[in-house]
Design a protein around this ligand. Structure first.
Ligand SMILES: CC(C)(COP(=O)(O)OP(=O)(O)OC[C@H]1O[C@@H](n2cnc3c(N)ncnc32)[C@H](O)[C@@H]1OP(=O)(O)O)[C@@H](O)C(=O)NCCC(=O)NCCS
Length: 150
């Protein structure tokens, strides 16, 4: 398995994985234009020429970034791929000289194992303004905010 930056021919796999889990309410879907626009922020896990996992990094402020669109193909969960993807995103965050990495998630145990700690969503004002404001769940957000000091 390799982890590499996403390229244009990965966009169908990215779209399909996000759409699948969005239908289950596990993450937000993305349109193709949104995937194209943010393609440089994605990393993919590839096994036998197949994209089996994806993750993106969104910069929210000078010292705040977010793990977004993390998904591992159902046939490949539980094999360390999600962990490898987030570790790559952690490396990229550090390379950008950003020390705070957040996740809004239902996967508390998964992110805890990677060193993230639960924080009060109200401690993330920039995040609220830049992203949540456009989210359909704005007034009924049930995700947990987790923070890692990279
Ligand atoms: C959440 C998800 C990305 C995890 O990916 P994965 O490849 O299965 O996770 P890994 O195999 O790398 O697991 C890493 C560790 O977290 C644990 N873990 C993974 N998912 C877990 C879960 N749902 N509950 C508890 N622990 C979990 C694993 O047991 C493993 O522990 P270990 O290091 O002690 O062995 C994957 O299940 C997924 O795509 N889910 C659907 C989409 C989603 O919920 N995305 C997250 C949006 S923030």
């Amino acid at each position: 398995m390799i982890i590499r930056k996403a390229i244009m021919s990965d966009t169908e796999s990215i779209y399909k994985l996000l759409s699948k889990y969005a239908k289950e309410g596990k993450l937000l879907a993305r349109t193709y234009p949104s995937i194209y626009e943010n393609l440089q922020s994605f990393v993919v896990a590839v096994l036998n020429d197949e994209v089996v996992g994806i993750c993106s990094l969104a910069i929210l402020d000078r010292n705040l970034a977010e793990v977004r669109s993390l998904a591992v193909s159902p046939d490949y969960v539980g094999k360390g791929i999600g962990k490898a993807l987030v570790k790559q995103i952690m490396k990229e965050t550090a390379n950008l000289e950003i020390t705070k990495l957040i996740s809004l998630t239902y996967q508390i145990e998964f992110f805890s194992k990677l060193g993230f700690n639960v924080v009060d969503k109200n401690e993330l004002p920039q995040k609220m303004w830049k992203d949540c404001i456009n989210c359909p769940k704005l007034h009924s957000c049930d995700e947990t905010a987790m923070l890692l000091n990279v």
